[in-house]
Design a protein around this ligand. Structure first.
Ligand SMILES: [Zn+2]
Length: 104
């Protein structure tokens, strides 16, 4: 189970976009990285490939390491540490270390 999931809102802790927030669009589990909407934008130069696709510069998000983001707790709206615990019905859930509420 991971601390960060798709569609979470996270805050960026380091780099050019430090302090910005965005929604997690993709988790790259094997590299412990996340792609966050609007964060760490990079320009890629696409070569022309035939008549239908001219050369272009495409902007997209670069993946950033999970340790560089912090979850924004949906309950208390603060950047927080995430813990794990088991509910009475046996389900493992994440919880906010700041407000102590279950996140999901
Ligand atoms: Zn909280």
């Amino acid at each position: 189970m991971r601390r960060i999931k798709r569609d979470d809102t996270v805050r960026v802790l380091t780099g050019r976009d430090r302090g910005k927030q965005g929604q997690v669009r993709q988790i790259i589990a094997e590299r412990d990285r996340v792609v966050v909407q609007g964060i760490s934008m990079i320009k890629r130069h696409m070569k022309a490939s035939g008549m239908n696709q001219p050369a272009a510069i495409v902007e997209r998000e670069a993946a950033i390491h999970m340790s560089n983001v912090r979850l924004i707790c949906p309950q208390c709206n603060n950047p927080t540490g995430v813990g794990f615990r088991t509910q009475a019905n046996g389900a493992r859930v994440r919880y906010c270390k700041r407000c102590d509420q279950d996140i999901d």
